[in-house]
Design a protein around this ligand. Structure first.
Ligand SMILES: [Zn+2]
Length: 350
């Protein structure tokens, strides 16, 4: 099964079990707790249903969440459309949780990023066009090059133009696990932001997969957040060896005093950091997925896969989706979700 029985988390600003958002600040803004990086059955290395991820997120008290399955040719061709009806149903079944559709963008010449849009009549069409035109795997532009870096900036600008033209009400991009492989150069991150600072608003400060380093068979060498890599030919040569690991679970760009995050803020360039789950599967899940090796392979929970269970049938009925506005635009800062463990590999993820 996905997501075994949870121990409900206590909200700090509201009573336990009360999912109302926190207090309104003097400017009329709300603090909304969410997770901008969640995978489902539409990722080859994940297997939870959209309905399960949304229901558990609501149960754990998230105010908003984003479905971000891996970008790629099959996802672009089939899964963007397949995911949307599931999201529509989940919105209806969890009316107090804002559920956004997005994708985990293979940023050309760089790492992954979250891209998502406000719900609306063209969310599917826009995401498909974006992924087909600007995803590094779809367009075979993942290698480091000036032309590929430009395509990434063009992708951010495309989203900005889509918002300005009214095609979608809003869109956001955040860089995921930015220091994990050393391929997000400082000038690239600045370039994304400068391409449209209203769209590219931040990066993961505490990446998901925090449970990856929990001792267990098959993952003795896994680092927290699956930060257990070294430089490649695509990596920025200026990053030192210590940039490839996390510190207290935080990405080096965030955890280093005077590092990239500090530098951006010192330059007067607002740049949010987030903590999120990157949920593919959860430590005590018993359901297998397609990338399980079954014997000390790439899953933190390999021992539990000995007794796979049948996924529950999705039974909710469809109804009209809610049309919430994007949370980050009003709250500014994304917040925490339950850490998860997940396989480190996929067709698109190292
Ligand atoms: Zn991910």
């Amino acid at each position: 099964m996905c997501w075994p029985a949870p121990t409900p988390l206590r909200r700090t600003r509201t009573k336990a079990g009360d999912h109302r958002p926190g207090p309104v600040d003097p400017r009329g803004l709300l603090w909304l707790t969410g997770d901008h990086h969640i995978h489902t059955q539409y990722s080859p290395d994940a297997q939870c249903l959209v309905s399960e991820q949304v229901a558990r997120s609501a149960q754990y008290g998230l105010d908003w969440m984003v479905i971000t399955d891996h970008g790629g040719p099959a996802h672009q061709k089939f899964s963007v459309e397949s995911t949307n009806p599931d999201i529509v149903v989940a919105r209806s079944a969890n009316a107090r949780t804002l559920v956004f559709q997005g994708l985990e963008w293979n940023i050309p010449a760089a790492e992954h990023g979250t891209v998502f849009v406000a719900p609306g009549k063209d969310e599917v069409g826009l995401l498909k066009e974006f992924e087909g035109t600007y995803d590094g795997t779809v367009t075979k532009t993942s290698a480091a090059s000036a032309a590929n870096e430009k395509l990434a900036r063009d992708g951010v600008a495309f989203l900005g133009n889509a918002v300005r033209s009214g095609r979608v009400n809003d869109a956001l991009m955040l860089a995921n696990h930015p220091a994990r492989r050393g391929v997000d150069s400082p000038h690239e991150i600045r370039g994304w932001r400068d391409a449209d600072p209203r769209i590219a608003v931040g990066m993961e400060g505490a990446p998901g997969h925090q449970a990856a380093a929990i001792p267990g068979p098959g993952h003795e060498k896994n680092g927290r957040g699956y930060y257990d890599n070294g430089p490649s030919s695509d990596s920025f040569a200026g990053y030192p060896p210590e940039s490839y690991v996390t510190y207290g679970g935080f990405d080096w760009m965030t955890s280093t005093v005077g590092g990239l995050w500090d530098a951006l803020l010192a330059e007067g360039k607002p740049w949010w950091i987030s903590a999120n789950s990157d949920s593919h599967k959860v430590y005590l899940d018993t359901r297998r997925n397609a990338t399980d090796t079954g014997s000390g392979g790439n899953n933190a929970n390999t021992p539990y896969d000995a007794t796979p269970t049948t996924p529950p049938a999705a039974t909710p009925t469809r109804s009209t989706p809610a049309s919430p506005s994007p949370p980050t635009a009003t709250s500014g800062r994304a917040s925490t979700a339950t850490p998860s463990s997940a396989p480190p590999t996929s067709p698109t993820a190292p």
